[in-house]
Design a protein around this ligand. Structure first.
Ligand code: NDP
Length: 321
């Protein structure tokens, strides 16, 4: 049954941005409520804690000189938010009304709040190729998360698509488990940072197919067993035998709830005022990857989460709260 409560701030999302906003808001006595999210039918791989929950070692988060796993880092974020009195609901928000204040926010269990302010930290989700066979063999070979699914492919041949840091990370991780990784990239140079590129280029278990694109994923009743890959320069296609295909081609911001309500940039990322986390609706703030198509790092997400909590606190004071 719905039980509506009025609170000062509701935070939607539980990655580094959402939990950092919660830590700062809680320490400012704003008693934040976090809707931490979870899997949906369209996005079964979404988990509370965001993208770091499907990452292996995080080596670039300051304060952890020997690296920390993504899930452990997020567990620490959560505990720190709870320590200062954050209320956390492990569910998705399914309904919002930002047309008048206090705003209305409802979760999938029916729990709802009237909230003086809202911080959106819903992050971004992995993109898919959209080729024939991809959907058919999802979770039967096709995956967007090597950490989650890599162990199923011990001593087998797998493919990774993409030329960014995620693709390098997935390929390097998989190379430790599988027999061979073929990285398929649509251009003749990688977008990834030099250090991540070198790990791939120097790994004898990884080979690269340049200027190439997956056209179709093929298989049988047991699952995927190959992919048709086209050379974009010559136009020639070949069938590569592989039991796994890991898609690592970037992300889409999670803004479905806010379509037509909050202003977005091209590509769908939420618009915030320059140098601030304010959106086009007073009292609604956005932080983390949902409003950042450029840096997209855990540390920058956490930084903007902190900004959002401070912007919210100051805005509430301006409103006489
Ligand atoms: P990016 O957007 O950086 O890279 C996406 C890659 O996929 C590009 O090489 C792109 O090709 C390719 N691509 C995009 N669409 C398609 C398509 N339809 N078909 C085939 N290929 C496609 O995304 P990432 O997820 O790799 O990284 C996002 C951000 O996260 C980056 O800032 C990255 O640095 C960061 N990151 C950092 C990590 C770390 O430091 N440990 C780990 C993972 C990510 P093209 O190059 O031609 O555009």
């Amino acid at each position: 049954m719905s039980q509506e409560k009025i609170n000062k701030v509701t935070i939607i999302g539980s990655g580094p941005a959402g939990y950092t906003a919660a830590i700062y808001a809680a320490r400012a006595n704003l008693e934040p409520v976090v809707f931490a999210g979870g899997p949906t039918l369209d996005h079964p791989q979404r988990v509370p804690g965001g993208q770091l929950m499907v990452t292996t070692d995080v080596e670039n988060y300051p304060g952890f000189p020997d690296a920390i796993t993504g899930p452990e880092l997020m567990e620490r974020f959560q505990k720190q938010a709870e320590r200062f009195g954050t209320t956390i609901h492990m569910e998705n928000v399914t309904k919002i009304d930002f047309s008048s204040r206090p705003f209305f926010i409802q979760g999938e269990s029916g729990i709802s709040y009237r909230s003086e302010s809202v911080i959106i930290a819903t992050g971004a989700t992995a993109k898919w190729l959209g080729v024939k066979g991809e959907d058919t063999y999802k979770n039967r070979g096709v995956s967007a998360c090597a950490t989650c699914d890599g162990a199923f492919f011990k001593k087998q041949d797998v493919l990774v698509v993409g030329g960014g840091d995620t693709a390098m990370e997935e390929a390097t991780y998989l190379a430790k488990i599988v027999q061979h990784v073929t990285l398929i990239h649509r251009r003749d140079s990688l977008r990834a940072s030099k250090v991540m590129q070198e790990r791939v280029l120097n790994n004898p278990k990884i080979s690269i197919l340049w200027n190439s694109a997956v056209e179709e994923v093929v298989g049988d009743a047991k699952g995927m067993n190959g992919a048709v890959v086209r050379n974009l320069k010559s136009g020639d296609s070949q069938l590569l035998k592989a039991t796994g295909l890991f898609v690592a081609i970037g992300h889409t911001p999670n803004t479905e709830l806010f379509q037509g309500i909050l202003e977005t940039h091209q590509g769908g990322y939420l618009k915030t005022h320059p140098g601030s986390t304010r959106t086009n609706i007073e009292g609604v703030f956005a932080c983390g990857d949902v409003q950042d198509s450029y840096y997209r790092q855990a540390i920058t997400a956490a930084g903007t989460g902190c900004m959002a909590a401070i912007d919210t606190e100051r805005w509430l004071i301006e409103q006489g709260e």
